[in-house]
Design a protein around this ligand. Structure first.
Ligand code: NAD
Length: 268
């Protein structure tokens, strides 16, 4: 069973930029009321105004999703949510010995622990109203480890496990609440500025608009998993090979060189 978005409230964390912003515009186009949560008050408000400018309903709140108390407080102000898109994320992009302790902790607090605080704030209401979709944005790096991503990739593996476990709980309890986890390869939003892909036909750097639209469509269809591009779906099969062969295949596809010239966003 899918989830029609008309008249539904869609909350997007990290909705102030990148695919978060584009998913907000896409959901609004389908008649949803959009709520943006972002660390940056200005970025969130700008997207809210952009959505309103297109004639749809929108709110925005400045909140750090890794701050448990702030999440609880702003969740009360936000009210009921039908579709929760846990999208806020950060990347360090450094070798294990070069990352600071603070970088590593921040990756886990934002990419992983925040999912607990935010999802727990809204899930009870969804179960009670017998409808809802919880979306998490994992990554292709949530399916395969990548050099210079010891914190990022591990946090995204955990996002995958979080969502799969939650899906099993919700199925077991026969709720009508669904989950969707999304595992995209690199997307051209600026978050991973400088990354390089070796075979752009098989593993293209994804277009942000197209990615956002596919995620919204997957929610509407009631899909549980979305892996982009489709080629990334071979990863679990390649994993059945002996590890040295798996490693050499990843090298062949250039995966461990993708981060060589990574700069990421400037403000870091
Ligand atoms: P982005 O950097 O453009 O947007 C992330 C947004 O999250 C920003 O607006 C930022 O202000 C917000 N944010 C960061 N920390 C926050 C916090 N503590 N509380 C609230 N908001 C916070 O990134 P994007 O490329 O649109 O990525 C969105 C999601 O997709 C992330 O979870 C990312 O890990 C995932 N992803 C991105 C790529 C890629 O190549 N860009 C690939 C796979 C997965």
């Amino acid at each position: 069973m899918g989830h029609r978005l008309r008249g539904q409230t869609v909350l997007i964390t990290g909705g102030g930029s990148g695919i978060g912003r584009l998913m907000a515009l896409e959901a609004a186009k389908r008649g949803a009321r959009v709520v943006i949560w972002d660390l940056s008050e200005e970025a969130g408000a700008a997207v809210r105004d952009e959505v309103r400018g297109r004639g749809a309903r929108a709110e925005s709140f400045a909140v750090d999703v890794s701050d448990r108390e702030a999440v609880a407080r702003v969740a009360l102000e936000t009210g009921d949510v039908d579709v929760l898109i846990n999208n806020a994320g950060v990347v360090t992009g450094k070798r294990l010995l070069d990352a600071s302790d603070a970088d590593i902790e921040r990756t886990y607090r934002v990419n992983l622990l925040a999912l607990y605080w935010v999802t727990r704030a809204f899930l009870g209401g969804m179960i009670a109203r017998k409808r809802g979709t919880v979306v998490t944005i994992s990554s292709a790096a949530g399916l395969v480890g990548v050099a210079k991503q010891t914190d990022y990739s591990a946090s995204k593996f955990a996002v995958f496990g979080f969502t799969e476990s939650l899906r099993q709980e919700l199925r077991k309890e026969r709720t009508r609440v669904r989950t969707l986890t999304v595992c995209p390869y690199y997307i051209d939003t600026g978050m991973f500025e400088g990354v390089h892909t070796r075979f752009p036909r098989l593993l293209p750097i994804l277009d942000p608009d197209d990615t956002a639209e596919r995620i919204i469509r997957a929610i509407e269809r009631g899909q549980s998993q979305l892996v982009l591009p489709a080629f990334v779906r071979v990863v679990p099969i390649v994993r059945m090979l002996p590890t040295p062969v798996f490693d050499r295949m990843m090298d062949f596809f250039g995966i461990n060189n993708t981060m060589d010239a990574f700069t990421g966003r400037r403000e870091k």
